[in-house]
Design a protein around this ligand. Structure first.
Ligand code: C5P
Length: 215
């Protein structure tokens, strides 16, 4: 088995790259951010609260499992609903709760015990799979990441404002890097790749070059 951690801030390209790496190596891709988004979405949209105590008390009732490439939440397939900017902000809020992080980590570790995985997130190389064979940390300037997100949303036909996206990216960076528990940071043994002036194929090649010889 092989485990690959790909961490980095919002918009660094880590999920696009992680999916491609998993596809090339024919192993499972796990999106850890989706789990935080699911928990944030569930409590905010279905229970109308992000109150820490309520979440801690009822977290056990939330059943999350993986079926093919989708997470099933209390029997319901959840995917598109969690891809909104609001869900990203809810995710960032619930991600500060230790019990939420334990639940997410357990799901990721249980799957990784059974099979090879590529997981993208903020703390995969530092906390979730500290013994992963490969760890990568992707970065890019906030402006470049905002530009990527802006273009992505414009392509989807959404009416968006670049400055607002940049502001949200900076806020999320601040939240993710300054929180006490599992803050976003590069693991000591991770390979750091600045993707600001690189395209997806360049980054993919760079990562596969590190892995190829061993695989
Ligand atoms: O990667 P994505 O944008 O989907 O993540 C949403 C939010 O979930 C992040 O801003 C972060 O607060 C949280 N997260 C985390 N740890 C992870 C993955 C995501 O705290 N491993």
């Amino acid at each position: 088995m092989i485990h690959i951690a790909i961490d980095g801030p919002a918009g660094s390209g880590k999920s696009t790259i992680a999916k491609k790496v998993a596809n090339k190596l024919n192993i499972k891709y796990l999106d850890s951010g989706a789990l935080y988004r699911i928990i944030g979405y569930f409590f905010k949209e279905k229970k109308n609260t992000l109150d820490e105590n309520t979440i801690k008390e009822t977290l056990d009732k939330l059943s999350i499992s993986l079926k093919d490439d989708f997470y099933i939440v209390n029997g319901e397939k959840i995917d598109k609903q969690i891809r909104t900017a609001n869900s990203g902000n809810y995710a960032s809020t619930v991600a500060k709760i230790p019990e939420v992080r334990e639940k997410v980590n357990l799901i990721l570790r249980n799957i990784s015990e059974k099979m090879s995985t590529v997981i993208d997130g903020r703390d995969i190389g530092t906390v979730v799979l500290p013994n992963a064979e490969y760890k990568f940390f992707l970065t890019a300037s906030a402006e470049e990441r905002a530009k990527r997100r802006f273009n992505e949303l414009i392509e989807k036909g959404e009416d968006v404002n670049y400055n607002l996206i940049l502001k949200e990216i900076k806020e999320r960076d601040f939240n993710d890097t300054t929180r006490n528990i599992a803050p976003l940071k590069c693991a000591k043994d991770a390979i750091e790749i600045d993707t600001t002036s690189k395209n997806i194929d360049d980054v993919l090649k760079e990562i596969l070059n590190y892995i190829d010889g061993d695989f």
